[in-house]
Design a protein around this ligand. Structure first.
Ligand code: FAD
Ligand code: FES
Length: 308
C-alpha cells in the first residue's frame, strides 16, 4: 500500500511552503483573457508533488493570477510543460475545494515525463477545464457502481469524493478497481477511508500478485457479475483502457444496467481540447466537447472506430 494521498487541504500548500495567492484585479483580468481565448494557457505553479506509485505523481497547482479554477468531476485540462508540449489530463481533486488544483499523471511519454518530474516552484500552463463531467447527482436515490482500471481511478476520484460527501443521497456505492500489481494501487489512503467512513464497498483486484499478496488477482471485469448493486436503478461510472471499458460496459448491460446509465470516459488523443483540430473526432462526436464522459448507448456503435 502506498503513502496517504496528498489532498487539496491547507496542509498541502504548507508542505511546499507556498501560500495560496489572493485574487487581484490583474489576476482576474488574466483569468478573463484566458476564458475569452481557450487556447491561451494560464500560468500555474507547482506547490506540491506526491509520488503515488513508481510511475505516477500527483501535482498540486496554484494559479499565479490567484483566481481558482472551478471544474466539474470528470473534466480535464490541457497541461502545458513549457518547452516540451501539452497533454490532456483529468482533474483528480475535489470539485468542492478551493485549494490547489490536483492532477494525477502517469509517466508514459515525453510530456507526461516532464510533468511528472516537475518540482515545487515549476511553472505549468493550464487551459480549461474542458469536456463533460460524470454528473454524479444523476445517481441519487439509487445505487452507484464506479469501475476503474489503472490510472482511470484518477479521473474518477472527484466523483468518489462527491459520493462520499453526499453519501446519504445514494443507495449502495461500490468501487471496483483493477491495478497492474499491488505496488501500482493508487490512492490507498482514500480507498481505506471511503470503505471505513463512507460506506463505500471497495473491491481491488490486480493483474499480477506477488506471493505475499493476499488480495484478489484477476480482471476487474470479473467482479461485475456479483458486485452488490441493484442494476435496475444503478448509475455506472467507468474509466480505464478502452478494451477494459468496453468489456465492463457490456457486462453491466448484461446485468441489466441501462446503457445510457453506463458512463465511460473516452480518453483518446486530443490536441486543442476545444473542437478546432479534429484530433479527437469519433464519427459525429468531438470527444473534447461531447465527451470525454459519454453514455454507452452513444459509444457502443463507435468504439470500433480507431483513433486518429
Ligand atoms: C480527456 C483525457 C484525460 C486524461 N487524463 C489523464 C490523467 O488523468 N492522467 C494521466 O496520466 N493521463 C491522462 N490522459 C492520457 C494522457 O493525455 C496521455 O498519457 C498523454 O497525452 C501522453 O503524452 P506523452 O507526450 O507523455 O506521451 P506520448 O509520447 O504522446 O505517448 C506515449 C504512449 O502513451 C500512449 N497514449 C497517448 N495518449 C494516450 C491516451 N489518451 N490514452 C492512452 N494512452 C495514450 C501513446 O499511444 C504511447 O504509447 C488523459 C487523456 C485524455 C484524452
Ligand atoms: S482535441 Fe481538437 S477537436 Fe477535440
Amino acid at each position: 500500500m502506498t503513502a496517504p494521498m496528498l489532498d487539496r487541504t491547507p496542509g498541502v500548500a504548507g508542505v511546499a511552503g507556498v501560500a495560496e495567492a489572493p485574487a487581484t484585479a490583474t489576476g482576474t483580468a488574466h483569468a478573463a483573457a484566458a476564458a475569452a481565448d481557450p487556447m491561451l494557457p494560464r500560468p500555474f505553479r507547482v506547490t506540491a508533488r506526491h509520488l503515488d506509485t513508481r510511475d505516477t505523481v500527483t501535482l498540486a497547482l496554484d494559479p499565479l493570477d490567484g483566481v481558482p479554477l472551478a471544474f466539474a468531476a470528470g473534466q480535464f485540462t490541457m497541461l502545458h510543460a513549457f518547452g516540451v508540449g501539452e497533454v490532456p489530463i483529468s482533474i483528480s481533486g475535489d470539485p468542492r475545494s478551493c485549494g490547489p488544483l490536483l492532477h494525477t499523471i502517469r509517466d508514459v511519454g515525453s510530456v507526461t515525463h516532464a510533468l511528472v518530474g516537475a518540482t515545487p516552484g515549476t511553472a505549468i500552463g493550464v487551459r480549461g477545464p474542458f469536456g463533460t463531467g460524470w454528473e454524479v447527482g444523476a445517481g441519487q436515490g439509487g445505487d452507484v457502481v464506479v469501475i476503474a482500471g489503472g490510472i482511470g481511478l484518477a479521473p474518477l476520484r472527484p466523483a468518489l469524493l462527491e459520493l462520499a460527501h453526499d453519501r446519504a443521497a445514494y443507495g449502495r456505492v461500490v468501487l471496483l478497481y483493477g491495478a497492474r500489481s499491488p505496488e501500482d494501487i493508487l490512492f490507498a489512503g482514500d480507498l481505506a477511508r471511503w470503505a471505513a467512513h463512507h460506506r463505500i464497498t471497495v473491491e481491488v483486484t490486480v493483474d499480477y500478485g506477488p506471493p505475499d499478496w493476499t488480495g484478489r488477482v484477476g480482471l476487474v471485469t470479473d467482479l461485475v457479475p456479483r458486485a452488490g448493486f441493484d442494476p435496475a436503478h444503478a448509475l455506472a461510472l467507468v474509466c480505464g483502457p478502452e478494451v477494459m471499458m468496453r468489456a465492463v460496459a457490456t457486462a453491466l448491460v448484461a446485468r441489466g444496467v441501462a446503457p445510457e446509465r453506463v458512463r465511460l470516459s473516452m480518453e483518446r488523443n486530443m490536441k486543442c481540447g476545444v473542437g478546432l483540430c479534429g484530433h479527437c473526432q469519433l464519427r459525429e462526436l468531438f470527444l473534447c466537447l461531447d465527451g470525454p464522459v459519454l453514455g454507452f448507448d452513444r459509444l457502443a456503435p463507435l468504439m470500433d472506430v480507431r483513433e486518429l
